[in-house]
Write a protein that binds this ligand. Sequence first.
Ligand code: SF4
Ligand code: SF4
Length: 428
Amino acid sequence: MSGASLERGINALKEQIDAPTATFFSACVHCGMCAEACLFFTETGDPKYTPIHKLEPMRKVWHQEYTFWGKFARILGLSKPLTDAELTEWETLVYDSCTLCGRCSMVCPVGNDIAYMIRKMREGMAASGHAPAGMIGATRRAVTIGSPMGVKLPALEAQIRHTEEEIGFAIPVDVVGAEYLCTLSSMEIMNFPEYIGAIARIFHETGVSWTISSEAFEATNSGIQIGVSDIAAELVERIVRAAEKLKVKAVISPECGHAYTAIRWEGPNLIGRPYPFKVFHILEVLDDLRKTGKLHTTGKESRRLTYHDPCQISRRGGVFEQPRNLLNMVAENFVEMPENGIMNWCCGAGGGVSANERADELKMKAFRRKKAQLDAVAPDAVVSACANCRIQLEEGLEVNNMDIPVISLTETIAEHLAGETSTEARQS
Ligand code: SF4
Ligand code: SF4
């Protein structure tokens, strides 16, 4: 790496040190409580995975640039400037062993939002050329093709055609004046296209006016995960432009964790203006349909079901009551895992870890935490609301020889729609 990119990285870190970050660094009492909250520490026992330690290069820049004693020590040559070797060493700590799950932020006794700081540190790492190859590739595809998995419009159109044949009615695309613009994640389009059929059937049954945009169907935001705000803003802008063009009242974020964080919480700050529409997660919309008496289901799952809270939807997004309200409609044997809801343990693959092949072994170690939670309740199936979590859960369960199906909450609701024939019955 050149000296210029190291300088760019240090400058980016300096720029990212805002008032909250500086306060967090000075407030840290080095108690180590954040370690026990992080699945990468608990499942490896390695102290290098202590959350606050992952921020050491940024802490060093803060100390040297923004504190009296740090500046003094630097001038006297008592503290050395950040080096490329340090950034190289920290790359795996900042990207491979952090899912931005925010669990550490919940336990810090002085209120440090460590996940927020790691998100900021990634900006400096990316600027200095220290982002993982897998995430760089995903981000490049998101910018040039429009999707981190390289999914193009014809692939979505093919899935829509197959779904229409199955459900027997048209799926709205580019409908101006629809109430909702539904976004999707590439993983849903390619791995779980049943989700498209599920929302179509639910909205058809409940009379909701909605549309997909051919110009901005992708909800995921690689810019947020890798830590490049300009790219993150561009990806948010695409959805905003489509929503404005179609004159919708609200945008629906799909069953994807970080997509919700990107469009709902970070988006307006990234693009520097408020949206002229609202943003909801799909579970918020479904729960609202329940509350207003429009969503009716029939029959209940007799299987023992549990719910995996996706971190960005529950802990970081505040959507943890809605899935339980919905599950109560369709599950007669719902069991909570220990430490559920806002203190749920991450699946181990969020925050871009799933796009970073180098982290494959570590993410499976981290999954042991989820395994322990599942072992405690021995469910017949696990329900979730994030396609990325579903993939990691399926892989982790397979690796651990656990025969537990992973199902989508939206799809489960669609299976039980009153007035609907279930997919099984339709296919037989
Ligand atoms: S955000 Fe989650 S994965 Fe990252 S350091 Fe904190 S607890 Fe660990
Ligand atoms: S829990 Fe908070 S105060 Fe304690 S070491 Fe971690 S960041 Fe510092």
